[in-house]
Design a protein around this ligand. Structure first.
Ligand SMILES: Cc1cc2nc3c(=O)[nH]c(=O)nc-3n(C[C@H](O)[C@H](O)[C@H](O)COP(=O)(O)OP(=O)(O)OC[C@H]3O[C@@H](n4cnc5c(N)ncnc54)[C@H](O)[C@@H]3O)c2cc1C
Length: 412
């Protein structure tokens, strides 16, 4: 039997850490400064996508980053302002926009994605999670034949370097497979191993499963500092008082840099704001999740709804729901779909993705306290990487052999 563990942050990463810690015999308490599951894990697109191995920092991304300084309505937007942390982050990001760094990051991303995909299959069996889990793959769709041809090189790279299988579909074949799409599109690639789920349902159902195994969830309880005892933490100080623990996991997503001083390191995460619109299913609803590659918009068909999601805005911790950016989603969908909207709209949402310059999450010990682990910075893939992250954290804290090589996720 291990001791008490506190998991700070009730998002998908904290939940997965709590799950595997509890399975390893820890008595776990999850603390969240707000409501459980109300951060970035709430309204995202729910893709569990081993196909997404490539980080954002890749050759060609430099041009995209520079253009985004001037185009308010591009899906990728950097709000020009004086912010040394943002400029330092961008500098690191731009330095990594080369093939070698991209491939190296891709390998470490793939380890977590592939393991998580397998673990989700297991979790759906063992925990019977009610989250509208579907394994229909994913379509990367193109309007323009030239862009489609250009992507063929990326698909070759994914196949040759990462062993990812796909099927190329030209216009007619695409509409046969997914009749919700308009005729006349250039085509698509189908990545059959991808899956999807409804993230808010996943969190609600996983919470129930955890609570039935005596994991405690405390909401509206913000962690402010650690109670230190030499090279270890004895617990945490929160807005609701002190709590003791033998181990602490910091899974605070985009907010993690606010704990830098306490953790004794610089956690270089920037909030990457994204939006989604959730509505009722249109009568001609896609069956397969879609990504409109040229417009950077994603579509998630769910049993109980339908979601458009996208955009990446580096605007600091600005919680404004910007109508112009939501409209990017509304404008793209009719270009591809026979029936792009359902009625009524049930939610318009924004979330801050925890973005690192490398595209890799940080899964590492605090340099000040050997029993405090950071598990944050999962970029655009927190749902897709959560189970393997949770398992790895539990292995590292319990002294078990890690099932993936942890070296790629170190702070430095
Ligand atoms: C539009 C959009 C679409 C996306 N689509 C996908 C997708 O299809 N697939 C995918 O894998 N990922 C997707 N993502 C990314 C994914 O949502 C994130 O990577 C993931 O939610 C991060 O999870 P997290 O647990 O680290 O952070 P969060 O879910 O943000 O959780 C962090 C929690 O920590 C709490 N917290 C912070 N500080 C403290 C403190 N001091 N004390 C106590 N609690 C604290 C917060 O309240 C919050 O609840 C998408 C994101 C967006 C915005």
């Amino acid at each position: 039997m291990n001791g008490n563990a506190i998991v700070v942050g009730g998002g998908i990463i904290g939940t997965a850490c709590a799950h595997y810690l509890s399975r390893a015999g820890w008595k776990v308490t999850i603390l969240d400064k707000g409501g459980f599951g109300q951060g970035c894990s709430h309204g995202n697109c729910g893709f569990v996508c081993p196909s997404h191995v490539l980080p954002l920092a890749m050759p060609g991304a430099v041009g995209m980053a520079l253009r985004s300084l001037f185009q308010k309505n591009s899906p990728f937007y950097i709000k020009p302002r004086f912010d040394p942390a943002l400029w330092g982050w961008l500098f690191r990001f731009l330095r990594r926009c080369n093939r070698d760094d991209m491939l190296r990051a891709g390998q470490a991303i793939q380890a977590l994605l592939a393991s998580s995909r397998r673990l989700y299959d297991e979790l759906m069996q063992t925990e019977a999670l009610q989250c509208e889990w579907q394994t229909r793959g994913m379509l990367f769709i193109f309007r323009d034949p030239a862009h489609m041809e250009h992507y063929a090189a990326t698909d070759d790279l994914l196949r040759e370097r990462f062993g990812l299988a796909s099927r190329r579909l030209d216009g007619g074949e695409l509409v046969n497979l997914e009749p919700s799409l308009k005729p006349g599109l250039a085509g698509a690639w189908h990545y059959a191993d991808d899956a999807h789920l409804r993230p808010d349902r996943l969190l609600a159902s996983w919470r129930q499963a955890l609570e039935s195994r005596s994991v405690e969830v405390r909401e509206h309880c913000a962690v402010q500092s650690f109670i230190r005892d030499g090279k270890r933490a004895r617990g945490v100080r929160t807005t609701a008082g002190e709590m003791t623990a033998e181990a602490v996991v910091v899974a605070t997503g985009a907010w993690t840099p606010f704990l830098d001083k306490e953790l004794g390191c610089k956690v270089r995460i920037q909030p990457g704001k994204g939006y989604s619109i959730t509505m009722a299913r249109p009568s001609i609803c896609p069956a397969i999740p879609l990504i409109f590659e040229e417009d950077r918009v994603a579509v998630t068909p769910m049993d109980t709804g339908y979601r458009l999601g996208s955009t990446m805005e580096f605007a600091g911790y600005d919680a404004t729901l910007n109508r112009a950016r939501l409209d990017i989603l509304r404008h793209a969908a009719p270009l591809y779909l026979r029936e792009p909207f359902g009625e009524p709209v049930t939610e318009e949402w924004l979330g801050w993705r925890p973005m690192t310059a490398s595209g890799l999450p940080i899964i590492d010990r605090s340099p000040l306290m050997e029993n405090v682990f950071i598990a944050a910075g999962h970029n655009m893939l927190g749902v897709a990487m959560a189970p393997a992250t949770g398992k790895l954290v539990a292995e590292l804290l319990s002294g078990a052999t890690p099932h993936v090589d942890a070296a790629g996720y170190r702070l430095r």
